[in-house]
Write a protein of this length. Structure first.
Length: 83
């Protein structure tokens, strides 16, 4: 598991609670992750991975599943380093 994938899973787990199981294709909306929780996830990812998402990337569809989030981050910010 690389830094981006590891961080995405850790952050999502922190936001939704450790009692839920999350895999690459888990639907965050089915886990009752609302827009406020998505904002928390984004803010935590930006902080932990030391980058800022572009405004055009802040679409709910980019954060529907861990896989979509990881793919976005790898595609646009693949060279991030931990802070």
């Amino acid at each position: 598991m690389d830094l981006i994938q590891e961080t995405v899973f850790r952050v999502i787990g922190n936001v939704i609670g450790s009692e839920l199981t999350v895999d690459m294709d888990s639907s965050l909306s089915e886990m009752r992750v609302n827009s406020i929780k998505i904002i928390q996830i984004i803010a935590m990812l930006e902080n932990e991975l030391n980058f800022e998402l572009d405004e055009e990337d802040l679409l709910m569809s980019n954060f529907a599943t861990p896989r979509q989030t990881i793919n976005l981050l790898r595609e646009k910010y693949g060279s991030v380093e931990s802070a």
